[in-house]
Write a protein that binds this ligand. Structure first.
Ligand SMILES: [Fe+2]
Length: 168
């Protein structure tokens, strides 16, 4: 639902396999404000929250995101959480323009962006939740890349790399 505004983005931009031009990227960025506008009209508190997320899930902790270049705590917490979750999902899922990353590679990517792209507190919470996230991913796994990325997964479903990080 956070990307509902993409209904207003032309397929030529949305499905493009190569790099977006500056103009195309500006067009793509509109999915945040369009999505927020679609959802904010509802009286439902759940959809009000969804509107907040749609409008803020591409902001960055360091203020280099969009659409408003908000920084730090000025970004709604819901948007900071979904920014991280959306990035993790995007990295570990195959897209028209890229292969799916292994979970381990995606986790390292996110940990390395605490304090720049992501709220450090959200990154810490993500790290603490990794065993649960991995369990849920395995229960719902369809992508071979997820299974391939953890060939030595112990039967208790706690990934070795996550266990090592939690013990560090
Ligand atoms: Fe988005």
């Amino acid at each position: 639902m956070h990307d509902i505004g993409k209904v207003a983005i032309p397929d030529a931009v949305l499905l493009k396999k190569g790099m977006l031009t500056e103009q195309e990227f500006a067009e793509m960025q509109k999915h945040t404000t369009v999505g927020c506008d679609i959802l904010r009209e509802s009286k439902s508190s759940l959809l009000q929250l969804a509107a907040e997320i749609a409008g803020s899930h591409h902001e960055r902790w360091d203020g280099q995101g969009y659409p408003f270049r908000l920084a730090g705590a000025a970004i709604p917490l819901s948007g900071r959480i979904v920014a991280l979750a959306d990035n993790f999902d995007a990295l570990t899922t195959a897209r028209p323009y890229k292969e799916a990353w292994s979970v381990e590679r995606a986790v390292e990517h996110i940990l390395g962006r605490a304090g720049t792209q992501f709220d450090p507190a959200c990154v810490q919470a993500f790290e603490r939740a990794l065993p649960s996230i991995m369990r849920i991913m395995l229960e719902n796994a369809e992508a071979p890349s997820l299974k391939d990325s953890s060939p030595e997964m112990p039967s208790d479903t706690e990934p070795a790399f996550a266990r090592a990080k939690l013990m560090a």
